[in-house]
Ligand binder design. Structure first.
Ligand SMILES: Cc1ncc(COP(=O)(O)O)c(C=O)c1O
Length: 468
């Protein structure tokens, strides 16, 4: 008798992706400056550890909030008791105001249209449950965040159809690529319920342009489908062009009374912008009351704890703090990204030009032994086991071109990042030397066989008269 369910044992979770395998390798031998200086450096985890000091300093100055007190009195019992799944009004208000601030207050959000979830993971899955039946599909531009295979498909039975984007235009979304994805869905007999994008993109570290957003909005209008914009990295935009939220484009279109207004849904989380993935705070924002109502009911499977909401309501309501945090955090990310890009440049490695995120999309095509995904895996294994860096291969993000890797830069100290760059540089240099030796040997052996051939020819020629 089978003891576990089909769902529990099926392998659509994606646990065997190189994205997750890299984390396992790191866990076996994690780098530590003192205790394990030759260990693996984790560069496959999009964590933001650059601004903890700002959060800690706020906590130090606001001990009432951290100690679960209000006007000096404990509110422990209030927080410990059962909460309804609508969330604390004070926290929802603070969240929507923070989201508006990140978007330069060009858009405002209504706290009655936000649903709190345990991170963006839960928000994305909840939206799949609300918008699609098992066996229906969402289109996703490639390369995409490897966790989506788990978050969107595993428990919901929803399918992903890739929108194939390529390096030829910096992986931007085009009308022909969208059309091809629709054709692919048709071939697979899948009904398309919507498109899901990440803006800024994980893994590209780029923002979606206004013209791409216009293209997506006209497509969903024409086809009568949904658009989900996962804007978990919206506060990490550190360079121009600035961030344009789909909500801003919708507002500019003045389309409140049309269907498209209700067909766009935004996902957000504090895991990246505030660097708090452990707090599990995410949200769905939708103009569609039915989606808000269904998602609110479903959110009881992944609520944000009351004490977390209480603490963060106080933190996010401190406008002086949030304003300073957002700009300082972006400054630090910008400096980090530059350090990585320049360091890689010195090693002869280029990156896709980026303006956001906690990672770079790195081009290592020239280091592949052939233009194949097998060669990409071969190189990735060398980088994990010999160079001792865990980075994420493009194939784990469903990239269609072998040789791209996502490299994270905000989850370590500056010294560790320098060391990581140094390790990669030495590896590339040793590869170049090996290649030179290999070429020289090849040349020598060709020369040797040529010499032998010439010798044999002249020998034969010398003997010719005798043989005649
Ligand atoms: C695009 C994207 N969406 C969702 C998530 C999940 O985030 P959370 O920790 O809020 O569940 C991540 C995490 O890396 C992500 O990159």
């Amino acid at each position: 008798m089978k003891l576990l369910s089909r769902k529990a044992t099926c392998n659509t979770h994606g646990q065997d992706s190189s994205y997750f395998l890299g984390w396992q390798e790191y866990e076996k031998n994690p780098y530590d400056e003192i205790k394990n200086p030759t260990g693996i450096i984790q560069m496959g985890l999009a964590e933001n550890q650059l601004s903890f000091d700002l959060l800690e300093s706020w906590l130090g100055n606001n001990q009432d909030a951290a100690g679960f007190k209000k006007d000096g009195q404990s509110i422990f019992r209030e927080l410990a008791l059962f909460q309804d799944y609508h969330g604390l009004p004070a926290f929802k208000k603070a969240m929507v105001e923070f989201m508006a601030e990140i978007r330069g207050n060009k858009v405002t959000f209504d706290q009655n249209k936000i649903v709190l979830t345990a991170g963006a993971t839960s928000a994305n899955e909840t939206l799949m449950f609300c918008l699609a039946e098992p066996g229906e599909a969402f289109l996703l531009p490639t390369p995409y965040y490897p966790g989506f295979d788990r978050d969107l498909k595993w428990r919901t039975g929803v399918e992903i159809v890739p929108i194939q984007c390529t390096s030829s235009n910096g992986f931007q979304i085009t009308a022909p690529a969208l059309e091809e994805a629709f054709q692919e869905a048709q071939k697979r007999n899948l009904r398309v319920k919507g498109v899901l994008v990440t803006n800024p993109s994980n893994p590209l570290g780029t923002t979606i342009t206004r013209s791409e957003l216009n293209l997506l909005l006209s497509l969903i209008t024409e086809k009568g489908i949904h658009l989900i914009s996962d804007e978990i990295y919206s506060g990490t935009v550190f360079n121009s062009p600035g961030f344009v939220s789909v909500m801003e484009v919708l507002k500019d279109m003045k389309c409140e009374s049309s269907q498209v207004w209700n067909s766009v849904h935004v996902v957000y989380s504090l895991s990246k912008d505030l660097g708090l993935p452990g707090f599990r705070v995410g949200a769905i924002y939708s103009n569609d009351d039915m989606v808000v109502s269904a998602a609110t009911k479903m959110s009881s499977f992944g609520l944000v704890s009351s004490q977390t909401q209480y603490l963060l309501a106080a933190l996010l309501s401190d406008k002086k703090f949030t304003r300073n945090y957002i700009s300082e955090n972006q400054k630090r990310l910008k400096q980090r990204q530059k350090l990585l890009v320049k360091g890689l440049e010195k090693a002869g490695i280029s990156c896709l030009k980026s303006n956001a995120g906690l990672f770079c999309w790195v081009n290592m095509k020239h280091l592949l032994s052939s233009k194949t995904f097998d060669a990409e895996m071969e190189l990735w294994k060398k980088i994990v086991h010999q160079v001792k860096l865990n980075i994420s291969p493009g194939s784990s993000c469903h990239c269609t071109e072998p040789g791209w890797f996502r490299v994270c830069f905000a989850n370590m100290s500056e010294e560790t990042l320098h060391l990581a760059i140094q390790r990669l540089k030495s590896f590339v240099e040793s590869m170049n030397i090996n290649n030179q030796i290999h070429h020289q040997l090849l040349k020598n052996s060709r020369r040797l066989s040529l010499t032998k051939w010439v010798l044999r020819l002249s020998f034969d020629h010398d003997r010719e008269p005798e043989e005649r």
